[in-house]
Design a binder for this molecule. Structure first.
Ligand code: SAM
Length: 231
């Protein structure tokens, strides 16, 4: 099977525009996600064991929940979160200040053109962001470029092949009085998961981006997958 470039519908392009993350998707996502993504975050925290004084990058860091958890768990590391939405960067920075975490910073930047020099990070993570990038392969090439030669990247994403049952179990954790439940189910099924990558597609895309070591696994108890990448 060859790597296939996905066609992006108008609705998806509309929702993935930066202003949509600034004004609509970001504020809703940031309030609800922490209830639902904790299993995925825990899996990342268990998986990643950076060396002392590691440089860690989170691409599409959003509200910074996982970025800050990593910074807290690894006090000698220096952690950077990058997101193309200024609203998300500000939300993450507020959380950083509230939690008094000093080995972490957030800045605005596009995954398609990461604002860092080649080989600057030992560990790179990205969670639930690649499906929003206009060119997934290009974003992975950028991650490869800024990853150190012996570094490791961890990408978590919604599984485009997840079953309705897996998605609805996940959706039940999103419950909030201001979101109509049938709408949330439709949105997760058709938009979030329906337009995401399947694990095999993501694996082929990572190989096409130049990674030589690629391993993919499902995250237990959740409709997400995790890919580990090395140059
Ligand atoms: C679903 S949120 C995930 C946030 C965070 N990683 C988490 O797990 O909570 C997706 C994030 O990706 C960001 N994003 C989308 N396209 C991007 C791009 N081209 N470059 C950088 N960030 C992007 C959005 O602004 C949003 O904050």
């Amino acid at each position: 099977m060859n790597f296939v470039i996905k066609k992006q519908g108008i609705f998806k392009r509309f929702l993935d525009a930066r202003w949509a993350w600034d004004l609509v998707q970001g504020p809703i996502y940031n309030r609800l996600v922490i209830k639902a993504a904790s299993e995925l975050y825990r899996r990342f925290i268990d998986e990643i064991n950076p060396p002392q004084h590691a440089k860690i990058l989170d691409v599409g860091s959003g509200p910074g929940f996982l970025t800050l958890l990593l910074a807290k768990k690894n006090p000698t590391a220096s952690v950077v979160g990058v997101d193309y939405s200024p609203t998300q960067v500000r939300a993450a920075d507020r959380l950083r200040i509230r939690n008094q975490i000093h080995n972490c910073s957030f800045r605005q930047g596009d995954a398609m053109n990461l604002p860092f020099r080649d080989a600057s990070f030992d560990i790179i993570i990205s969670v639930a962001s690649i499906k929003h990038w206009p060119q997934g392969k290009r974003g992975l090439q950028e991650i490869r470029r800024v990853l150190a030669p012996n570094g490791c990247a961890f990408i978590g994403e919604a599984d485009g092949g997840a079953t309705d049952e897996e998605i609805y179990r996940f959706a039940s954790k999103f419950t909030a009085w201001y979101v109509w439940d049938p709408f949330m189910r439709w949105y997760l099924r058709r938009v979030v998961f329906g337009q995401s990558y399947r694990p095999r597609e993501a694996e082929l895309m990572a190989r096409a981006a130049g990674f030589s070591q690629v391993s993919v696994e499902k995250v237990s108890e959740s409709p997400f997958f995790l890919i580990k990448l090395q140059k």
